[in-house]
Design a protein around this ligand. Sequence first.
Ligand code: HEC
Ligand code: HEC
Ligand code: HEC
Ligand code: HEC
Length: 132
Amino acid sequence: MKKTVMYAAAFALALGLGFSANAMALDKGPAEITLLATVDAAATPKPAMFPHAKHQEKLACKECHHSKGADGKQVAYVEGQKIEKCESCHNKAAGMTNAKVATFKDAAHTRCKGCHTEKKAGPTKCPDCHKK
Ligand code: HEC
Ligand code: HEC
Ligand code: HEC
Ligand code: HEC
């Protein structure tokens, strides 16, 4: 009887530790994302398919994520940082100095298509990302 209680306690402890270890693990976000601009949005919405997990298998987070310093300049990604939506910074009202990344659309096209072109892998044609 006592043994059973002890096992149960050990089991509960192991579970508890397991859960807290999980809670501390890196938040990798959703595996699949349908990207859609909400700020500076086009009259006809053009959602884009983005297999996030598939990209994470081969690429470091810093390849896409970064933040902004008080001077308005880009700050390199550090593990565990708060990850914001691209358009929270890449929007017309924020007045990006680099016109190539002034909106979510521009930043996404620059980064997504840019890498696919450079690596000669991944889609570069409109309907490959913007499925009808
Ligand atoms: C190839 C580009 C790319 C890579 C690599 C990448 N991500 Fe992302 N991630 C994105 C995009 C794009 C979004 C959606 C952002 C948006 O909605 O504006 C996103 C969203 C997220 C979100 C959800 C943010 C939110 O609250 O909406 C988290 C968390 C996240 N990523 C974590 C990670 C981590 C951790 C890594 C590395 C293990 C990683 N990502 C690697 C492009 C990438
Ligand atoms: C917290 C604010 C912030 C967020 C969130 C953010 N960016 Fe940026 N990003 C910047 C700043 C600031 C720059 C520098 C702009 C300049 O030089 O005018 C930049 C530059 C860029 C550039 C051009 C330089 C380079 O590194 O190639 C691209 C492309 C880019 N961001 C894409 C993205 C994408 C895609 C996301 C979402 C996954 C994202 N950004 C999220 C602030 C942000
Ligand atoms: C730093 C490089 C890099 C960036 C940034 C990047 N990709 Fe990719 N992407 C790849 C590579 C490499 C592949 C091919 C992967 C493969 O076939 O295994 C790919 C494949 C894809 C595919 C096809 C997946 C499939 O199952 O065939 C889609 C869709 C895609 N990317 C969308 C995006 C979008 C949207 C963004 C921007 C939010 C983005 N990618 C940013 C490198 C990148
Ligand atoms: C590698 C993937 C990819 C390719 C290829 C691509 N786009 Fe995009 N596009 C995106 C992402 C990501 C966004 C930002 C999220 C969204 O769809 O609103 C975007 C946004 C847009 C928007 C703004 C949509 C809105 O809802 O406000 C338009 C318009 C657009 N793209 C047109 C095109 C056209 C035209 C082509 C071909 C010449 C093209 N895109 C090729 C990924 C891609």
